[in-house]
Each structure stands twice: as C-alpha cells, then as structure tokens.
Design a protein around this ligand. Structure first.
Ligand code: BES
Ligand code: MN
Ligand code: ZN
Length: 489
C-alpha cells in the first residue's frame, strides 16, 4: 500500500539550516514576525525573506498559500517555500499550509521550520495527507521519497500529538488506494484479502462467502452479484477497544467493485469511473485501519458488501422480484440501482447480529447526489437529529464537506410496487432522497442511523487542498472524530 511519509521531529538547530538539501519551508503569521529559524533563513539569504514579507506579493498571499524563493544564495536548498498562516489557524488552515508545502516538495528532501507554532502537528498532518501519489501501475523509475524533517521547539510534545494523526493518515491512504485501484485488480477476492490482512493490526476479520450469505437469506445482495464471475462476499471487521459489554457503532459500506449498471447498462462515457463504486466500503476499511492503528478505546464493527454488477446470462433482470434478508420483497425495476440492494441486506444483518448502539452507512449511491451537491459536499441523511448533528459537527471540524438532506414518509409512495412490497427506484425527482428512504426501510426505528451518499466526493477530477486528483478518502477523518467524540470511553 501507499504509505504516508515519515516525518521526524527535531529540535531547532540553527546551524543545520544552511546545509539542508531539497526544500526549506518557513511558516509566517499574518503579522510577518520571524522566529529564530526564519531569522536564520533571512540572514543566510541576505534579507530575501524580509524583502518578500514587505512586498505586495506577501500581502496577496492567502492563509495556507505558499510562495517560493528559488535557488537562494547562501543556502544549500533549492528553494525556500514561504507559507502564510493566520494568527490562530483552524486545524483545516494549518493542514492546508502543510499540504501546500507537500505539493511543491514532491519527492525532494524537505525541512519544515515550525518553531514554537502551536499547530505544528496539524501542519505535519496536512503535509502527510497531501504527499500521496498512486503509482502502483506506473512502470519505470520509482521515485524514492525524500527525508522530511520538522524543526520545532518541543519535538517530543509535537511527536506525541502527531502519533495518532499518523495512524489516521495511514487510514486515509488505505482508503485512497482501494478507491484508485482498477477493478481488474481490486476484485471482490482481492478486496477481501486486503481486509483479511488487517488481522495483523489486531482487527478481527471474518469473510462470509456466498454459501453463508445464501443461508442468511441475503438474496438482494446476491442478486446484484449473480451476473459476475467474481464471488459476492460480506466482510466483517471488528475492533473491540471499548468496554466489553458496550454495544458497538456499526459502519456499513457499499462495495460494488465495478458498476456497469447490469442489464440496465450504463452509457459508455465515463463508465470507467465506476471502479470507485466500492468507495463506501473503502472508507469503512480506512476508518477500521485507523482505529486499530491508534488503538481506539471504542467498539466498532465495520461491514462491507462486496459485489460486482455485471450484465450476463446469469444477471438479474429488470422486473425480477427478490426477497430481502428482512423478509420483504423488492421488484428490481432498474438493475443500476444496485447499491441500495446490497446495503439493505448488510444493514439488516448488522442490526440482527450486533445490535449496534448506532449505525452509519456510506455509499456512492446516486448520480442525483452529484447533481445536488457536486463534488464539494456529501449528502447526510439521518433518522435521528442529534446523531445527524454530531456527524455534521465532526465533518465541519475536519474540513470534510457535508450537508443534511431531508427524509420524509411523503417520499415513500414513489417506491410503491404493483406486485412486490416495494420497487428499487423512485424515478428522477428527489433521486438521492428516495434512495435514502429505501435504505431506511431496513433500519430499525430505535437505531440511530446516518446514511452518507458520497457519490460526488469519493473521487474527484481535480486536486483538492489535501489530496491530488483521484480518490480523496473523504469521511475517514470525520468518522474517526465521531468515534472519538461519541463512542470512546
Ligand atoms: N453507483 C451509481 C451512482 C453513482 C453515479 C456514483 C455517479 C458515482 C457517480 C449507482 O449505483 C447508480 O447507478 N445509481 C443510479 C440510480 C438510478 C438507476 C435510480 C443513478 O444514480 O443513476
Ligand atoms: Mn448503479
Ligand atoms: Zn453503483
């Protein structure tokens, strides 16, 4: 897997700055004051730093943005990157500042001069998150990552704060790798094997194969995968870091390793993006990895439904009626509305087996979600205002865009079927909401539940502040924070 850069924290050593190779980054507050390390850079460059800070170019620099002083005389480094910070940056701004340096730095050596900055660990975290590149299928020269050092006045204290963040960065990278991976590599078997390997981290991982799913009555999930040569699976990952008798938080993910639409085939243009249709499962996997790595004091169970939606002689047809594990029947009007079928059975199984204290599901569920909120925010649906608000607060704190959408019984009539208990699509109006209403039928009323439709945010076509274009890992940070805020002892 792609591993986050290791950042070492060291005492501020003024004499080492002149000899640092690669790039040197200086963080400057809005007041433009220089700390001892920045003063040393200024002296070595015969005042280049103060000239820049007094120029209009610095005034124009937005918080979190960097400007490069290239080939500085008097220093071994190729560049000095000057990053502007607010006086009291939010964690999001601090991370952006670190990320701006990582973007410039690439695989070069890098010395980050953070001095006594209170948000040094967040700057380092932002650097780590942005230093991601998916190179698994690029042949030729492998770039060897450079050495990254951050000089701070209190290296031990900053390193201690950075520890759990490194676990989170690894969770985010794991999610991004899964989502970026093409579907001929990340088959259901390969996905399950990558999850099983997390047993080494202390997670309890169980793989339910088709025969077991058949016995459980998960016909909705199985019907989605029946046209593919890849076997359908449900993988259960358990992290028991909390009190032994505490009901767990359940995280449920849609893991459609490729979504052709099935017999209701999607158009060719853009179909390649459906390699990311396992994004919900990818986020669940990344959160579980982060929780295990940082030894979270909470009980969390992650469940993912892994299937491939293919057209074939064995595929499910429009018009077929299938029985869910819950017992209710579904008329499959459109085989491309498959994610809700997978989730319905896994949600039911999660509640039936684990009696969770609360449940969150994630899915790249609807194109309608992308139309509604674009690529900036995920849709949040909740059956419990308090739980919904807790998630929104966590997402806001982590800088992950999230917006609540309504649910209401009035939408249910759109799912009425002539011959079965319900149909799997409600038509074009309110497409993201009817999908949520469908899922809600498989959630018990007394279980606080959130559905996150991440269709627009899981994979994006241009760089974001903390990720290069491609998989973002959206949700790993917010869910980890939700666990910390509400489920850790
Ligand atoms: N995986 C898609 C949703 C999707 C679309 C995710 C675009 C990411 C980007 C989902 O399985 C799907 O095909 N949904 C259909 C539902 C419709 C048939 C009711 C859709 O949104 O078109
Ligand atoms: Mn689909
Ligand atoms: Zn899908």
């Amino acid at each position: 897997m792609t591993t986050p850069p290791e950042i070492s924290f060291a005492e501020v050593a003024l004499d080492a700055i002149a000899d640092a190779t690669g790039r040197v980054a200086v963080f400057i507050g809005a007041d433009g004051r220089l700390d001892p390390a920045a003063r040393r850079v200024n002296k070595l460059t015969r005042g280049a730093l103060t000239r820049f800070l007094e120029s209009k170019a610095f005034d124009k620099l937005k918080p979190g943005e960097a400007r490069t002083l290239a080939w500085p005389g008097g220093m071994a480094a190729d560049a000095v990157d000057v990053v502007r910070l607010e006086r009291r940056p939010t964690i999001e701004e601090a991370r952006k500042a670190g990320a701006a340096v990582a973007k410039l730095c690439g695989a070069d050596d890098c010395l980050l001069l953070a001095g006594a900055n209170a948000c040094a660990a967040e700057i380092a975290f932002g650097f780590a998150l942005r230093a991601y590149e998916f190179t698994a299928h690029k042949t030729g020269e492998r770039t060897v990552p450079g050495a990254v050092t951050m000089m701070v006045t209190q290296p031990e204290a900053v390193a201690a704060r950075a520890g759990p963040m490194a676990a989170l960065a690894e969770g985010v990278f794991f999610t991004r790798d899964l989502i970026n991976e093409p579907s001929n590599v990340l088959t259901t078997d390969d996905f399950a094997a990558r999850l099983a390997a997390m047993q080494d981290l202390g997670l309890d991982v169980e793989i339910l194969e088709e025969s077991a799913l058949e016995k459980l009555g998960m016909r909705l999930l199985l019907s989605v995968g029946q046209g593919s040569v890849s076997p359908s699976k449900v993988v259960v990952m358990r992290w028991n870091g909390g009190e032994s008798d505490a009901a767990p938080l359940a995280l449920v993910g849609k893991g459609v390793v490729f979504d052709t639409g099935g017999i209701s085939l999607k158009p060719a243009a853009g179909m390649e993006d459906m390699t990311m249709d396992m994004g919900g499962a990818g986020v669940v996997a990344g959160v579980m990895r982060a929780l295990a790595l940082r030894k979270a004091k909470a009980n969390v169970v992650g469940l993912v439904g892994l299937v491939e939606n293919m057209p074939s002689g064995a595929a499910i047809r429009p018009g077929d009626v299938v029985r869910s594990m819950k017992g209710e029947t579904v008329e499959i009007i459109n085989t491309d509305a498959e994610g809700r079928l997978v989730l319905a059975d896994v949600l039911w199984y999660a509640q039936d087996r684990f009696r969770p204290a609360a449940m969150v599901n994630l899915a790249t569920l609807t194109g309608a979600m992308v139309i509604a909120l674009g690529h900036e925010m995920a849709g949040v649906f909740a059956n419990d205002d308090d739980f919904g608000a807790a998630f929104l607060k966590a997402a806001q704190a982590e800088g992950e865009g999230a917006w609540r959408l309504p649910m209401a019984p009035a939408y249910d009539k759109l799912l009425d079927s002539r011959i079965a208990d319900m149909k799997n699509v409600g038509g074009r109006p309110a497409g993201a909401i009817t999908a949520a209403q469908f899922l809600k039928r498989f959630v018990k009323d007394d279980c606080p539940w959130i559905h996150l439709d991440i269709a627009g945010v899981a994979l994006v076509k241009s760089d974001t502040a903390l990720a290069p274009k491609g998989a973002t890992g959206w949700g790993v940070l917010a869910l980890d924070r939700l666990v910390r805020d509400r489920f850790e002892v």
